[in-house]
Design a protein. Structure first.
Length: 94
């Protein structure tokens, strides 16, 4: 039986990153609320793209926004955020 190392395939959507101003524009949250949502586990933690720069994978941000629009409760969103961050770790991101 042949064993292959499988690398997740990346498409353009999985490579798109949103900086904080775009995340805020999409959510409508002011800066303080935006960071409070991260601390509460209601928004994914950012990834570092430089020494002093961070961004959020657009697919993760969209997943949280879609859950909000669908009327998901905060517990469900926390679970979603935890799963998104765990999937990111499995894929090798930080």
């Amino acid at each position: 039986m042949e064993t292959r190392n499988t690398v997740p395939t990346l498409n353009e959507a999985s490579l798109t990153l949103w900086r904080r101003p775009q995340c805020q524009a999409e959510t409508g949250y002011p800066r303080s609320t935006f960071y409070a949502r991260i601390a509460e586990g209601l928004w994914p933690r950012p990834i570092h793209i430089g020494l002093r720069s961070v961004a959020w994978p657009a697919r993760e941000a969209r997943a949280v926004l879609e859950a909000r629009i669908a009327g998901a409760y905060e517990d469900a969103i926390r679970t979603l955020v935890a799963r998104l961050e765990a999937d990111r770790q499995k894929a090798g991101g930080r």
